[in-house]
Structure formats: structure tokens, C-alpha cells
Design a protein around this ligand. Structure first.
Ligand SMILES: [Zn+2]
Length: 131
């Protein structure tokens, strides 16, 4: 049963999305699996399953992880760290950061799209995509 809540401020909606929570109430879970959005929030009933973030969260995650890992690699070169230690550290950091960040970034993007009330799957969205 959907409940009527006031629209949260942009920063609060982003914070709730980054925490993988419903951007509307902040209590319900945002995902039913690793990156699959729930159809409706189990707490407030807000529809969330129609939000399509597409590849943007992956691009943001790659950009953030890339800057951190490349910066670390430059430091390792500067301090003459061995290749084995450098590769192991950077590989583990890349995988770990990507797996941790991707659902949070997707939650943030989904919260932003939810707040903008972009009509996914509607005629207007299809017309916009064709342009
Ligand atoms: Zn909710």
C-alpha cells in the first residue's frame, strides 16, 4: 500500500540511494539482488522497478576506481614497490572497490532519476531516445 510522503531533498534522496535504501522513505531495501531494483518498496510502496539507470553507474564506478588505482600505481612507482606487490594490491583494490561501489553508485543514480520522475518506458521516453 503506497503511502504519501513529502518529496525528500535531492541530497537526502542521493544519500538514501547511496545507502541502497528506498529514496522515498529511506527504510525499504532498494535491491532484490545485487543490482536488480525491487518493483516496489516494501515499506512505503513507492514504485522503483521501472527506473533505468543503464550504463551510467558503471561509467561513474570505472572513473572513480580508475582514478584511485592509477593514483596508487603512480605512488608505487615513485616509492619503488615490487611488481608483484603492486599488481596484487591494485588488482584486489580494483575488484573490491568496483564490487562495493557499483550498487551504491547505481542507488544514487536511481534515486536521482526517481526524484526527477523521468518516465521510463513511456511514449515520451521512447520519443526522447529516438532523437
Ligand atoms: Zn520506501
Amino acid at each position: 500500500m503506497p503511502t504519501t510522503l513529502p518529496m525528500p531533498r535531492r541530497g537526502l534522496a542521493w544519500k538514501r540511494g547511496f545507502a541502497c535504501r528506498c529514496p522515498n522513505c529511506g527504510k525499504g531495501h532498494l535491491y532484490k539482488s545485487y543490482l536488480k531494483l525491487v518493483d516496489r518498496c516494501e515499506e512505503c510502496g513507492e514504485q522503483l522497478g521501472h527506473i533505468r539507470a543503464d550504463d551510467f553507474p558503471a561509467y561513474l564506478t570505472i572513473a572513480i576506481v580508475g582514478h584511485v588505482v592509477v593514483g596508487l600505481m603512480l605512488l608505487m612507482v615513485q616509492f619503488d614497490v615490487s611488481t608483484a606487490v603492486g599488481l596484487t594490491t591494485c588488482l584486489a583494490l580494483t575488484i573490491g572497490m568496483s564490487l562495493w561501489l557499483l550498487p551504491r553508485i547505481k542507488g544514487l543514480v536511481a534515486a536521482h532519476l526517481w526524484r526527477l520522475k523521468i518516465p521510463s518506458g513511456s511514449v515520451e521516453a521512447e520519443d526522447f531516445a529516438r532523437q
